[in-house]
Design a protein around this ligand. Structure first.
Ligand code: 5GP
Ligand code: ZN
Length: 117
């Protein structure tokens, strides 16, 4: 757990948040400021600041696989009606990361342009 981490607060129950998915290692919940009709965040219970920090740890590859599996399952469940979904990890300030607790965005319900802004 990290000091002053909003996602650690959510995971610990200090900020009441409904989980759309949870297991021993991973939770998922709706983004508080959605940028698409479906906008979920898939988050490890354990605090890792960034993707870059996570890949270099021993458990990193397995954890990242689990996060992507949950993201893919949640995306697929919604893609049936939405027709597709996008999975995003912002790594670092220049890429738009604002919360420094690793998370995977799952977005669907509208068309997504490429390249992203
Ligand atoms: P990032 O910009 O770091 O990739 O994404 C962080 C996301 O966390 C943002 O989309 C932001 O809206 C979301 N977020 C920040 N604080 C909270 C919160 O307290 N609750 C929820 N559900 N989402 C949050
Ligand atoms: Zn945290």
């Amino acid at each position: 757990m990290a000091d002053a981490c909003v996602f650690c607060d959510i995971i610990a129950g200090r900020i009441p948040t409904e989980f759309v998915y949870e297991d021993d290692d991973v939770v998922a919940f709706s983004d508080i400021r959605p940028i698409a009709p479906t906008h979920l965040l898939v988050v490890p219970r354990e605090h890792h600041s960034t993707l870059a920090d996570t890949v270099s740890t021993r458990e990193g590859p397995e954890l990242l696989g689990r996060l992507l599996k949950v993201a893919g399952e949640l995306g697929a469940a919604r893609a049936e009606k939405d027709g597709g979904y996008r999975v995003v990890v912002n790594n670092g300030a220049a890429a738009g990361q604002t919360v420094y607790h690793l998370h995977v965005h799952v977005l669907s319900g509208r068309h997504f342009a490429w390249p992203p802004g």
